[in-house]
Design a protein around this ligand. Structure first.
Ligand code: E4P
Length: 216
């Protein structure tokens, strides 16, 4: 499974990348707005830190404008994946950008029919938002399982990028379901490493080692 960070914070990306286990980054307009910086500058910095797919979202909602914006974003760096919302105009734009060899991440996916259409449009990946479905008492993980089955049935090459992840258990379930990529906030990336028994075990090992060495 590939791990992406879902953030536009260069500091967080630097810290996560230092582990050597970060495969890519996803951003969205809300995350970029939170940083209060020039979008293009942030993207260049991220691309210089992580040598993997970096999703950058268009803010137009009409196909021609999306294609224009997508081309501009793709010019910034070879690793940019253009993020397009899953609306009818977005599917048109996805088909056109894909035909030009630009990778598209079709985002804001909340149903299996939407995911089928994204794959048919040639999306490089689709982003089902599981946390937002759970938030409205729906079942986000069930959507992941359905999409994976559907894509396998028809041998679609579109990657399933599990998004809107809220806790480490989402990552576990996404991996069990066979999700190709999981994008998560930095806090969850950190939580994945931690276990209280690891900390307690290490503390004891070091204390035992220390007391034995004192006796010598
Ligand atoms: C994915 O690409 C999105 O940026 C993200 O996962 C949305 O997550 P949220 O529902 O926590 O905002």
């Amino acid at each position: 499974m590939k791990f992406y960070l879902d953030t536009a914070s260069v500091k967080e990306i630097q810290e996560a990348a230092s582990l050597g286990l970060l495969d890519g980054v996803t951003t969205n307009p809300s995350l970029v707005a939170k940083e209060g910086r020039v979008f293009r500058e942030v993207l260049v910095e991220i691309c210089n830190i992580v040598d993997g797919p970096i999703s950058a979202e268009v803010v137009s909602i009409e196909a021609d404008a999306m294609v224009k914006e997508g081309r501009e974003l793709a010019k910034i760096h070879k690793n940019i994946v253009v993020k397009i919302p899953l609306i009818a105009e977005g599917l048109k734009a996805t088909k056109r950008l894909t035909a030009e060899g630009i990778r598209v991440n079709v985002t804001l996916c909340f149903s299996p029919t939407q995911a089928l259409l994204a794959a048919k449009a040639g999306a490089w990946c689709v982003s089902p938002f599981i946390g937002r479905l759970d938030d409205i008492s729906s079942n986000g993980m069930e959507l992941i399982r359905q999409i994976i089955t559907i894509y396998k049935n028809y041998d679609y090459k579109t990657y399933v990028l599990v998004a809107s992840v809220r806790h480490p258990q989402h990552v576990v379930e996404a991996a069990l379901a066979g999700g190709h990529i999981c994008t998560m906030p930095f806090t969850i990336f950190q939580q994945m490493v931690k276990h209280p028994l690891t900390d307690a075990g290490l503390k004891k090992f070091l204390a035992d080692w220390e007391s034995q060495n004192k006796k010598k």
